[in-house]
Design a protein around this ligand. Structure first.
Ligand code: 0WD
Length: 256
């Protein structure tokens, strides 16, 4: 079934073929969505274009957007609005922290590193919601990507865990803001997946193997599982769901 047939969905955060946003892209494409992409680095745009070509996926539009910059966000969504008219969905799959703060003590986080992580990983959801909602005139869904480190102390995740906590709280406040317009805001909390960003977290391999050992499903999480859960949250099947954090982690978060 084409759950998102003729729906215009903006996907932010494809850096390469391992990106969670790329798994999401595949799920949304198979569900019939018209895909619009934003990228930060020129390198990511080139990788994205190659990936799309290789997989026979046609993008409706590809625009530059640096979420650290309000003007860049405004311009990006204005261009999307001009070209697509209506936005039905938005996937926020971006985060950043300096790798030297993803190890050691959280107490040693610098003020600047703290603000950078919050800026790119949490505030950006509010900023893009503000711009996207102007064009979400038929309602729709917004989905962001979070991690268990928001709820519990995960060694080395540190400043990013605190940023994800802010992101999850933002999901709830934003859900209240835009609910009146028929827009839902949710998060997927994925188990550890090997990506470019994940490389920056010290001891990441251990986090992956512990999921295989201890999670109820006894297996790793992959990009396609996150993609399908994101598809669900964007689709009408989830029309009664907002302000929610959906764990796609083989059930790891329920185990002591
Ligand atoms: O285990 C994992 N990999 C998990 C990741 C588990 C649970 C959650 N997540 C989250 C991440 O925290 C992030 O929010 O999923 C999201 C996507 O992460 P990913 O797929 O692991 O990471 P990656 O493939 O490295 O993509 C991150 C992208 C960047 O790529 P480029 O190279 O273009 O910077 O984040 C984006 C960017 O696309 N990004 C930005 N985008 C716009 N403006 C910015 C920025 N300032 N900074 C980073």
């Amino acid at each position: 079934t084409a759950l998102l047939k003729d729906k215009n969905i903006v996907v932010m955060g494809v850096a390469n073929n391992r990106s969670i946003a790329w798994g999401i892209t595949r799920s949304l494409y198979n569900a019939g969505a018209n895909l619009i992409f934003t990228y930060r680095q020129e390198r990511s745009k080139q990788k994205l274009e190659k990936l799309l070509e290789k997989n026979g996926i046609e993008a409706k539009l590809i625009v530059s957007c640096d979420v650290e910059n309000d003007e860049s966000i405004k311009q990006a969504f204005q261009e999307v609005g001009d070209q697509a008219d209506i936005i039905h969905g938005l996937v926020h799959s971006v985060a950043f922290a300096n790798t030297d703060e993803l190890k050691g003590d959280y107490a040693d986080t610098s003020r600047e590193g703290y603000l950078t992580a919050q800026n790119i990983s949490a505030y950006s959801l509010a900023a893009v919601t503000r711009e996207a909602r102007k064009f979400m005139t038929e309602g729709g869904g917004i989905v962001t990507q979070t991690y268990l480190g928001a709820e519990r102390v995960v060694p080395n995740y540190n400043v990013m865990g605190v940023a994800k906590a802010a992101l999850e709280a933002s999901v709830r406040y934003l859900a209240e803001d835009v609910g009146k317009d028929g827009i839902r805001v949710n998060a997927v909390s994925a188990g550890p997946i090997r990506t470019l960003s994940a490389k920056g977290v010290s001891g990441f391999n251990d986090k992956m193997s512990v999921v295989e050992e201890k999670a109820p499903l006894r297996r790793q999480v992959d990009q396609d599982q996150v993609g399908d859960a994101t598809l669900f949250l964007l689709s009408d099947l989830a029309r009664g769901v907002t302000g929610e954090v959906l764990h796609v982690d083989s059930g790891f978060h329920i185990v002591a």
